[in-house]
Design a protein around this ligand. Structure first.
Ligand code: UDP
Length: 406
């Protein structure tokens, strides 16, 4: 069971005391989080830490998962892509499947909490199937700068019923959605299996278990196999890098339950890199293992995040916490995390040579890599740990309950 006091030695007494003070007004308030997957992706990752810590602070926090089927997740994946810039042919059948999942859920899931927090678009229609007598908050983790207009107009009809929209970046605040907004940047939990310090014995065991050689520098991208994470772009950059320095590329992507496209994209990458996979220069991993992610982020020489869209990009913070230098696209939430040339490198997503040059520089210059890594760790300690998120949530919940007269 996660306890707030476990974080004292990492974030200091003042941060812990601040949380207990904020929580006093919210004792026993019943808070419900709803999303659509228990495993895979950043939202599940955050809720697994946030909900227990809310309880540790004295609230009654609950986390439910909308039970979707393949049809629903095929549609909501298209929604996800269309919110990030794809176009979509929105049909009545799609709307029906989308809304039906919420209606079915409402038939057996009792919601009588004091505040409801709905994460991302999958469970958004739920608000239509409950008597609304408490604040409902829509927490959107997606980059909303280029949504498909028809989809956006459709979803807006539901979002307007929410009391508050929470987004990760001020750029995602949309003038054409006249609701109240709050900006909350995501975080990582330093005590999870993914982010805690590994012992030497654990590290050796994991390298052995997952068959990861460390005879050469390692360049890694950890991301679902998703076109917005641009795994093909990563391979092109790797091909440029290896012309200058010998190194290995690892692409690690688990398969999120609400992401039906992962297998096809993985297979496409596998075909593209057949020779390199055969020779062991490229390693593709699809295991669901936090410890594997931990060891890769800890031991890689450089972590790359070549996203084309990125609501925030937790993988960047995770690697920074482990003092591993990150070279990442200058898009979405990534520049909130990295200050270029200080605690990482930001590169235009189309600038393949820029990516390759930075990576080569870091592989050749371990002192530079160590400096960048040390700065990265402190940035995360000060701004991107779960205690800060908890504090932001407590402030938000207090404000929303007051506004509703509760
Ligand atoms: N992740 C993982 N295993 C993988 C790939 C990703 O556990 O093989 C985790 C990753 O460590 C991070 C989350 O999934 O915690 C991805 O969050 P991010 O914000 O980077 O991207 P999203 O998947 O939400 O678009």
């Amino acid at each position: 069971m996660k306890r707030l006091s476990d974080y004292r030695h990492i974030v200091g007494d003042a941060a812990i005391s601040d949380i207990y003070q904020r929580a006093r007004k919210l004792y026993n308030k019943r808070i419900l989080h709803i999303n659509s997957t228990f495993i895979g992706g950043g939202v599940a990752e955050i809720l697994g830490s946030l909900a227990p810590l809310m309880n540790s602070a004295g609230l009654d926090a609950d986390w439910r998962v909308l039970h979707g089927n393949a049809d629903l997740f095929n549609i909501t994946k298209q929604f996800h892509n269309a919110l990030q810039g794809d176009s979509i042919e929105l049909t009545d059948d799609m709307k029906k499947v989308y809304v039906q999942a919420s209606e079915d859920f409402a038939a057996y899931a009792l919601i009588d909490h004091d505040v409801i927090i709905v994460h991302d678009p999958q469970p958004l229609p739920l608000i239509d199937f409950y008597k609304k007598n408490q604040p409902w908050i829509w927490r959107c983790h997606i980059d909303l700068t280029h949504p498909d207009e028809s989809l956006w107009d459709y979803l807006k009809g539901m979002i307007l019923k929410y009391d508050l929209a929470v987004v990760s970046h001020e750029k995602y605040v949309r003038e054409d959605l006249p609701v109240r907004y709050r900006i909350i940047q995501p975080v990582i939990d330093p005590l999870t299996r993914k982010n805690r310090e590994l012992t030497d014995t654990e590290t050796a065991g994991l390298l052995d278990e997952f068959n990861i050689p460390i005879d050469k520098p390692i360049l890694t991208q950890i991301s679902r196999f998703d076109k917005w994470k641009d795994p093909i772009g990563v391979i092109k950059i790797y091909e440029k890098v290896r012309r200058k320095v010998d190194c290995r590329l690892i692409l690690c992507g688990n398969m999120a339950m609400d992401d039906p496209e992962g297998v096809a994209i993985h297979d496409e990458i596998k075909n593209l890199t057949d020779d390199l996979v055969e020779s062991g220069d490229v390693i593709l991993l699809t295991y669901e293992s936090s410890l594997l992610v931990n060891v890769l982020q800890s031991l890689s020489t450089v972590v790359i995040q070549k996203s084309l869209r990125e609501g925030f990009g937790l993988t960047v913070t995770e690697a920074m916490w482990k003092k591993t230098p990150v070279v990442a696209s200058n898009i979405g939430g990534i520049p909130l995390q990295i200050t270029d040339e200080k605690d990482g490198f930001l590169v235009d997503p189309e600038d393949y040579d820029g990516f390759a040059d930075r990576i080569v520089e870091l592989i050749r210059n371990p002192e530079l890599a160590a400096d960048i890594g040390a700065n990265a760790r402190e940035k995360v300690r000060n701004r991107f740990l779960v205690t800060r998120l908890l504090s932001d949530y407590l402030e938000m919940l207090d404000a929303e309950l007051r506004a509703s007269g509760a």
